[in-house]
Design a protein around this ligand. Structure first.
Ligand SMILES: Cc1ncc(COP(=O)(O)O)c(C=O)c1O
Length: 309
């Protein structure tokens, strides 16, 4: 009998066949301990920052995140015993706020929005103020920390062991950490694989959009420097309504996921014309999280009506 420790429940997620007629698979990252792909980053970062002597037991950890990374770091900090300050914005969902607080983090809210409605600049300014004014504080800086994107090497390694061939890989982007880490490994193991980054309308990563973004998890209000470490062949920018309707379609397969998974699933449907030219082609999607935390947003008809006005 192999006894696991709690953080062994991060990684080695299931690879699920999504379509009966096409070789289309998805890594179900919602199966990680705290519910998302970000658990990999939080675990890897904290373990390596300890190993490298960057943090100690009493180091305060600080990060700007309204979502999954905040939850993941709160969980890992709770396990390790480090105090954690999570800088969020008013768009944080009630359930994420409650989980982060339940896991013992102090929440600080940024209220000043940029022109496109993103709070990221204000959130980062608040973090920088803390770092300037306190000692023994460590900003995990998910937009540019090598530990964050190296955490996703593990996804590439798992796929190497699970798949004999991958022709297309679709990855949702926000900090671009997942894309950077997984793409480096996948290009090593499957050099002919085309890697497609999937973003959402309103994000600033690939194009300067003036539209407002509402869904969380995917997209960013800044250009993350993690992108410089990514190897990708193409990108797609998906409308929020299409990502949301794809999430609802996935329900018929018993899969409850967040908008970034819906965006990736929609991108796959449209990228190659889907049914043309896909015989013997193997497609892999990364589904970054579960959908239950979005019951008041993407799975709520009133919320959807409101964002479309
Ligand atoms: C639900 C969800 N999808 C996609 C992503 C994108 O991952 P990354 O930040 O590594 O680009 C995130 C990151 O927070 C996420 O929470």
């Amino acid at each position: 009998m192999k006894i696991q420790t709690i953080t062994d429940m991060i990684g080695n997620t299931p690879l699920l066949k999504i379509d009966d007629n096409v070789e289309y698979y998805a890594k179900i990252e919602g199966n990680n301990l705290f519910g998302s792909i970000k658990d990999r980053a939080a675990k890897y970062l904290m373990e390596n920052a300890y190993k490298d002597g960057i943090i100690k037991k009493d180091t305060v950890i600080i990060e700007s995140s309204s979502g999954n990374f905040g939850v993941a770091l709160a969980g890992i900090c709770k396990i390790k015993g480090n105090p954690f300050i999570c800088v969020v914005d008013p768009n944080i969902t009630e359930s994420n706020r409650k989980i982060i607080e339940l896991l013992g983090a102090k929440i600080v809210i940024a209220h000043k929005a940029d022109a496109n409605g993103s709070y990221v600049q204000n959130r980062i300014q608040i973090v920088k103020n803390y770092v300037m004014n306190y000692t023994n504080i460590y900003w995990t800086n998910q937009y540019e920390n090598e530990y964050v994107w190296k955490a996703y090497y593990s996804l590439g390694e798992e796929l190497r062991d699970e798949m004999e061939q991958i022709d297309y890989l679709f990855v949702a982007v926000s900090t671009c950490g997942t894309l950077a880490g997984i793409s480096q490994k996948i290009k090593d193991y499957f050099p002919n694989c085309r890697i497609i980054a999937v973003d959402i309308v309103g994000s600033q990563i690939f194009e300067q959009s003036t539209r407002k973004k509402h869904v969380s998890g995917i997209g960013a209000g800044i250009l993350p420097s993690n992108l410089l470490s990514a190897k990708y062949d193409d990108y797609m920018i998906i409308e929020e309504v299409d990502a949301i309707s794809e999430c609802n379609k996935l329900l018929s397969k018993g899969i409850i996921v967040g908008a970034s998974s819906g965006a990736v699933a929609y991108a796959i449907q449209t990228y190659t014309g889907y049914l043309n030219d896909l015989e013997h082609k193997k497609i892999v999607a990364i589904f970054p999280d579960r959908g239950e935390r979005y019951l008041d947003t993407i799975y709520d008809k009133e919320w959807i009506n409101k964002i479309q006005q």
